[in-house]
Design a protein around this ligand. Structure first.
Ligand SMILES: [Zn+2]
Length: 217
């Protein structure tokens, strides 16, 4: 077991450290997956060291930790069609006092990454722990069917590119319901991108899961 110094105040709030039951802080510190915690008002109250490594790999650092410091409401850290899903799900975890799990995708232009997320309410329900584990990492299977970043094909009448928040495919402007893998726009998000969920992702990962999520526009 690795010895740990106390995590700095930029990574843990005193209230969370005091409320922590059912887990030793060292367990969360040593967890190889990215861990964060939310207090009863769904504000960020803890990050483990792996959370910053995860953010760095996903090109989030240093932006994420400065944009979303401890105390940030989750509603400010998650935008788009997934916000209501996570807010409702986490609220219910704290209400029920029972763990909940969920799979999600966070791929790059060439690598498919699927994560498993486990959420544990503390016994006193003052906070919950969210542990993210990498479940699948492989060359992106749809890379063979790539499409060029063609503005004329994908930018819609409102001037927006519509991307699925889950699988990151892009919807064709003239053929709604057709979603293509456009790696150049996964690598670098084009300006004026709007996030939605494609129908299969919405149904399989969100619609029939915990809570009710209105179909995103
Ligand atoms: Zn999708």
């Amino acid at each position: 077991m690795t010895a740990h110094a106390e995590p700095p105040s930029t990574r843990v709030t005193p209230a969370f450290a005091a409320a922590l039951d059912k887990f030793a802080l060292a367990t969360l510190e040593n967890e190889p997956g990215a861990v964060y915690a939310l207090d009863r008002d769904l504000r960020l109250c803890y990050f483990n060291p792996a959370w910053f490594r995860f953010a760095e790999v996903n090109r989030g650092e240093p932006g994420i930790s400065t944009r979303f410091p401890l105390g940030t409401p989750l509603a400010a850290a998650i935008s788009g069609p997934l916000q209501m899903f996570y807010l409702a799900s986490y609220t219910q975890v704290l209400q029920d006092g029972t763990p909940w799990q969920h799979d999600y995708e966070c791929s790059s232009d060439t690598v498919l990454r699927r994560f498993h997320q486990r959420c544990y309410p503390l016994a006193n329900r003052q906070a919950m722990i969210i542990i993210n584990s990498l479940a699948v990492e492989q060359p992106h299977p749809v890379a063979a069917e790539t499409h060029a970043a063609d503005e004329a094909c994908y930018r819609n009448q409102h001037g927006l590119i519509v991307q699925c928040s889950h699988c990151r495919r892009i919807e064709r402007a003239a053929q709604p319901g057709h979603w293509d893998w456009v790696p150049a726009w996964v690598a670098v998000q084009p300006p004026h991108t709007s996030h939605s969920l494609c129908p299969p992702c919405y149904d399989y990962y969100y619609r029939f899961r915990r809570g009710t999520l209105p179909r995103p526009q």
